[in-house]
Design a protein around this ligand. Structure first.
Ligand code: SF4
Length: 96
């Protein structure tokens, strides 16, 4: 998560307990499916069907542009981070 954030110039959520939960979810999904599917969404279990939600997902940047953070609240834009606000629940952008 730190490597991804650094590579993209994002910030991680500052709540370390929450980060631990997300890291555990990503690890569980990796061990289960062989890829890091989003810890906040149900995966199908087939890479082809889940490729849009492999972290960082296809919806991360549009959500950051609109709300300042991804759906899970893991990756924050520098601008959002600077506000000191906590990420809030945002609408699911993934098509049903
Ligand atoms: S919502 Fe955030 S944590 Fe979930 S896959 Fe997208 S970038 Fe990763």
């Amino acid at each position: 998560m730190e490597m991804v954030a650094k590579k993209h110039g994002w910030h991680l959520n500052r709540d370390e307990e929450f980060l631990d939960i997300l890291a555990e979810g990503l690890t569980t999904n990796f061990n289960r499916y062989g890829y890091y599917s989003c810890p906040c969404r149900d995966a199908d279990g087939q890479r082809e069907l889940d490729k849009d939600i492999i972290c960082p997902c296809d919806y991360c940047i549009p959500d950051q542009q609109e709300y300042g953070h991804c759906y899970c609240g893991l990756y924050l834009t520098p601008e959002f981070y600077e506000t000191g606000k906590e990420p809030e629940a945002i609408p699911e952008r993934r098509p049903l």
